[in-house]
Design a protein around this ligand. Structure first.
Ligand SMILES: Cc1cc2nc3c(=O)[nH]c(=O)nc-3n(C[C@H](O)[C@H](O)[C@H](O)COP(=O)(O)OP(=O)(O)OC[C@H]3O[C@@H](n4cnc5c(N)ncnc54)[C@H](O)[C@@H]3O)c2cc1C
Length: 384
């Protein structure tokens, strides 16, 4: 044991049962760890509301190349992760492999599309230009305002709610135990203090409480912030044009919007993004913008049912990269996996693999080094 490494496999306590905590729980329990997952309301956080895009390429931004490497590595692992999870859970993991198209409505938005295409081409990513005719041949639901786009066949999607229930089932079958209590804090040692005053001791503790992670350990103070996002769920109604088969991403008058299909005629429309503390109430302006912009791209949604409005909190980090690793020698046995911001669904397989490697003292996959929390931890953040 190095102070950073727990006896392997021993007991692991995970705080947070979102996609990150439950992916790690399943993988660790399968590898022989005795796993406790602490969460007063499993699967109720950002993971429950997420759109479910697995968008390594179409989420890429100039200046965020380290994130693109992480995202791409995780996307490569998704098909195997989903297949193993489906088998382990005895229920579908929810992966959809139809791919993604990116479109622009107004002339100004087409310039932005050109920038994205140029950036991705320079990185050698597969993106194919589509004329309006080609686009509508692929996706007849796309409306006449859209004059062209890009096909990104490698960007996939997952039904986030199917995924969460498969992760819980697979975790429990592998022996993980769910403790439906709130963690008051994580102590070095390591242990989790619960809201009823009891303490859960373990050989290692993983903080994976999404946007709430910063309050759990002093080393994380100020490093994770909530980034609010509103999102809608629609359902196709008889007589209306069917929804697209692929994920459709668009920029409409400078605002991004996406439409992610689900089985059975479901369509997820997302998402706004702004900072409003821990507020999870959907606001009228966000819902209005999403509906108006999405209707420009797929006019038929005007005849769909609006079945849910929701808002969730992305766990944001100072540099948009996750925090993934041990907290260091001053916090022995405590590890963190959070700050996945817009890409927690996408990054789940890579995160779970990395956590398992770290627990066993094995090297982590190369791009994960950029997510080492040591880059942000200072003498002041690791207060003893
Ligand atoms: C509108 C929206 C759309 C998104 N779309 C996508 C997308 O298309 N693709 C993608 O990859 N990502 C997307 N994301 C981001 C993704 O949802 C997050 O990155 C991911 O869900 C983070 O997972 P998590 O497990 O870290 O956190 P969460 O899912 O938030 O889970 C944290 C868990 O911790 C628990 N918890 C909190 N405090 C405590 C405590 N004190 N004790 C015990 N438990 C606690 C909560 O109850 C919760 O269950 C989206 C997010 C939003 C908000």
């Amino acid at each position: 044991m190095t102070g950073n490494q727990a006896p392997s496999p021993g007991r692991l306590a995970i705080v947070g049962a979102g996609v990150i905590g439950m992916s790690c729980a399943w993988r660790a329990a399968r590898a022989g760890w005795g796993v406790d997952v602490v969460d007063p309301a499993p699967a109720s956080g950002a993971s429950w509301v997420a759109g479910g895009m697995l968008a390594a390429v179409t989420e890429a931004w100039p200046g965020e190349e380290a994130l693109l490497e992480l995202d791409s590595a995780s996307l490569r692992g998704w098909p195997e992760f989903a297949a193993e999870l489906t088998e382990a859970a005895g229920a579908p993991a929810g992966l959809r492999t139809e791919g993604t198209v990116v479109v622009a409505a107004a002339a100004g938005d087409r310039a932005e599309l050109d920038d994205v295409a140029g950036f991705l081409a320079r990185l050698g990513r597969q993106v194919d230009r589509l004329t309006a005719r080609e686009l509508r041949a692929l996706e007849p639901a796309i409306g006449p305002d859209v004059r062209g786009g890009l096909s990104v066949p490698g960007d996939l999607a997952v039904d986030n709610r199917a995924l969460l229930s498969a992760l819980r089932a697979a975790g429990e079958k592998a022996g993980a135990r769910f403790v439906t209590r709130r963690a008051a804090r994580v102590t070095d040692g390591p242990a989790v203090e619960l809201d009823d005053g009891s303490t859960l001791a373990a050989d290692a503790v993983l903080v994976a409480a999404g946007a709430h992670s910063a309050s759990l350990h002093p080393a994380l103070d100020g490093l994770i912030r909530p980034v609010k996002g509103e999102i809608l769920r629609l359902r196709h109604r008889r007589g209306a044009l069917p929804p697209p088969g692929r994920t459709v991403r668009a920029v409409v008058d400078g605002r991004p919007v996406y439409l992610v299909p689900r089985d059975g005629g479901g369509l997820v429309l997302g998402a706004t993004q702004y900072e409003a503390g821990f507020d999870t109430e959907p606001m009228v302006a966000g819902v209005r913008d999403l509906l108006r912009d999405a209707e420009r791209v797929v006019p038929a949604i005007a005849e769909y049912a609006l079945v849910e409005t929701a808002a969730g909190l992305r766990p944001g980090s100072p540099d948009n990269l996750p925090l993934l690793g041990w907290l260091g020698p001053k916090a022995p046995g405590v590890m963190v996996a959070t700050g996945h911001h817009r890409n927690g669904m996408l990054l789940a397989p890579l995160t779970a693999g990395a956590v398992l490697a770290l627990l066993s003292g094995d090297p982590v996959p190369q791009p994960v080094a950029a997510a080492d929390p040591a880059r942000l931890l200072t003498e002041t953040t690791v207060r003893r």
